[in-house]
Design a binder for this molecule. Structure first.
Ligand code: PHE
Length: 330
């Protein structure tokens, strides 16, 4: 019997062990044959014969079980070893993400104004009529409301069409002086090569005592800012209209992209419109209860800046998650 136990202990694989088990305990196994001899044994010897065989069977079964556990453990360890992943190994195929050009442009603008001591303010994307229109000098039925193609919700809330409501929220919750920017997502019902229903703006608002803030201050800040973003461009202020600023202006930069010769980006004029601005309208101060204040504000579309900086032709491509475009920004 010891020979059999030794044989069991010497097996190297689970398959080997199984064939040894069959050799001993299988239908034609040595021990099975021994058990079969039982019927020819005289009655008085049957008991001790059976006891002996059962003892052998038990010892063998135990030995098989023990060996089986050992071999299983061994094979598991081998498997774990072979499947080990070295996460520190260098892989030149490894692809990692990149900051989206819109985020990158937004961060660059935020950092610029933070360095000028502007605070960063935020407001909700789902706004009400008061903050998005009314307090910004856009009473109900005012024709200028058509300027914004608004998404309305069933409960009379709306998706903010610009970041200007953050001006109102900030003035309602803070005292003058104010020096803030409000970066964020805005929504309009519009979709073509230069418009997507969701896009991003940065708003700025500076408020101080009456007569302290002038158009000259606004102009200086914007010229410095635009030259920081686009290089040595010329900056032009064109009279315009926004209900919440008076006077208002739209700001153009000279077309650095085709040096004034007229190109796809710059149109015939050689100028590119990049933002809207103005001196805060007194009606806005009235709506938030500010007395004897002066201020300036401006707002710009971040996608437009990103498109100009990176020469991207179609605004919609920024939101298609196409890695052929995004991969270029690693
Ligand atoms: N809210 C304006 C827009 O969305 C931009 C703007 C902001 C203009 C602040 C003037 C002052 O077009």
């Amino acid at each position: 019997m010891n020979l059999w136990i030794e044989k069991i202990q010497n097996t190297k694989t689970l398959e080997d062990l199984e064939s040894v088990r069959v050799e001993i305990l299988g239908k034609k196994g040595v021990l099975t044959i021994e058990f079969a001899k039982m019927k020819d044994i005289p009655n008085e010897e049957k008991k001790s014969f059976a006891e002996n065989l059962n003892k052998q069977k038990e010892a063998i079964t135990d030995a098989i079980e023990e060996k089986k556990l050992e071999l299983e453990k061994e094979s598991l360890n081998k498997k774990l070893e072979s499947e080990k992943i070295d996460v520190t190994k260098f892989n030149k195929e490894l692809s990692c993400g990149a900051v989206h050009p819109v985020s990158e442009t937004m961060n660059r603008i935020i950092t610029y104004f933070q360095n000028l001591n502007f605070a960063v303010e935020e407001g909700p994307l789902v706004e009400d009529d008061f903050h998005n229109f009314e307090a910004l000098n856009l009473p109900k039925y005012h024709p200028a409301r058509d300027m914004a193609d608004t998404f309305y919700n069933k409960d009379y809330t709306l998706l903010r069409t610009h970041t200007s409501p953050v001006q109102i929220r900030t003035m309602l919750s803070q005292k003058s002086p104010i020096r803030m920017i409000a970066p964020g997502t805005v929504f309009r019902r519009d979709f073509d090569i230069t418009h997507t229903p969701m896009f991003h703006q940065i708003e700025a608002l500076v408020v101080d005592e009456a007569d302290k803030i002038s158009f000259a201050n606004l102009k200086h800040v914007l010229v410095e800012f635009l030259q920081h973003m686009f290089g040595e461009v010329e900056v032009r202020f064109r009279p315009s209209y926004f209900p919440f600023t008076e006077p208002s202006a739209e700001v153009d930069i000279s077309c650095v992209f085709c040096k004034g010769n007229g190109c796809r980006v710059c149109s015939q004029t050689g100028w590119l419109e990049v933002l809207g601005c103005g001196i805060v309208d007194q009606n806005v101060f009235d709506a938030v209860g500010y007395k004897n204040k002066s201020g300036y504000a401006f707002g710009l579309g971040i996608e437009r800046f990103a498109m100009l900086i990176h020469s991207i032709g179609d605004l919609r491509s920024l939101f298609e998650s196409d890695t052929r475009l995004l991969g270029q920004f690693k």
